[in-house]
Write a protein that binds this ligand. Sequence first.
Ligand SMILES: [Zn+2]
Length: 510
Amino acid sequence: MFAVSAATAGGAGPTRGPAPLRPSPRAGIRGDGVGALSRVHYGRGYVNAFWDDGCFCMTFGDGEGDTHPLTSIDVAGHEMTHGVTAATADLVYSGESGALNEATSDILGSMVEFHADLPADTPDYLIGEKLDLFGDGRPLRRMDRPSADGESPDSWYRGIGRLDVHNSSGVANHFFYLLAEGSGPKDINGVPYDSPTRGGITVTGIGREQAAAVWYRALTVHMTSTTDYAGARTATLRAAAELYGANGEAYDAVGAAWAAVNVGAVLPTMPVVTHPGDQVTPVGTPAELLIAAPTAAGAPTFSAEGLPAGLAIDAGTGRIAGTPTGAGSTTVTVTATFASGATADTRFTWAVTDGTGPCPSARLLGNGDFESGTAAPWTATSGVVDADPGQSAHGGAWKAWLNGYGSSRTDTLTQTVTVPAGCRATLAYWLHVDSAEDTDKVIFDRLTVTVNGTQLAAHSNLDRADGYTRRTVDLSAYAGQTVTLTFKGTEDFSLRTSFVLDDLAVEIGD
Ligand SMILES: [Zn+2]
């Protein structure tokens, strides 16, 4: 009775890529073969059911007037799943991790209902529909359209962690429904569904067996106690890749289903090459640069034009290496050609210096516009590199969005760069500050800019304004040094402030 159906979901095999991992059957809730007790007829008119780690048991009330016991199979599966979660990822029961904890129980509880397939309780994506808690036949929650309960959001937004976990869970429930069944009108066992998606994104479902196996593996292998929605996206993508192959249909569906609930973008199947920033290299000194093409379009073949003499690109890895033999400045174009025949390129300046001429004019920092859709070569906390239309980019679609949650949170964005000797250098960035703080005097949320740990600039909720402003920090004192630039946004427990950065560069010149 206590085996969660997803534990034994075998999956339908690989679509593309390597042989799948087979999920192994789970030996009971805790994985130790020990059964859990259920206590019923609890209290008087008690309209709830709950799992208790302390007694490793469940308790069920008899509901309003002791006439609607909360013992339907989806609710029982929900409570048992809380035990599975406690024994695995152990998601903290508040904020976004709490939302994922609750959603895991709704998801696997519903999979229990589908697995049991009872004529008296035909399987559906409604939660507690047999309990009639409202007296009008409405279910407690709907996975396909969480907003049907009037309180749960259909999509993720910053600050969702402030909601009750039974409402913020809706985003993951919605994700799971879309992953299993896909978007568009459907009739399943007589219940009509037409799940909404952000921006009308089309999601092709991969079926309940695969979807449940992906969630179960993400929960038991990749999620931790503090996993948030961005982390759940990563965890499920990893699980899908491991079970059904990287770049397989299940993997793509996971990305699309999260995008449809506003967690991350649709994986870029459009070819893209990350802009590495301009390069400045002393003559006669070995140089190395890795060009990246982060995309779901597969591994490309690289070629380069205009490289300084002495340098060459590895077609398979995109690694440019060698020792430049003569001073001068060239424009380099690196082209990535994908298996489909599609190409993408990026263009930058490569200056080779011999210490005699003026400092070359160049804009350092890789992926300064974030248009690769991934962080590298930046290091960023989850959710920072972002294409959510809730805040517009300064240029293109992507930007770095720090904070904006309205709860205690620190976001960082970091990159290391070498400032050429003998050059003037300026860190330039476009900043938009959007704040719900209504004070003109008190700083609650702040963004600091540090260079090798020394703070050189600070912004706060007091800088809130429409649109972007160009900001600069003088880095000339760091000429000849390798420096780590860190943007750190710190938000207090209430009233959100967003620090949105775009089009960053370290501009050097004479
Ligand atoms: Zn629960």
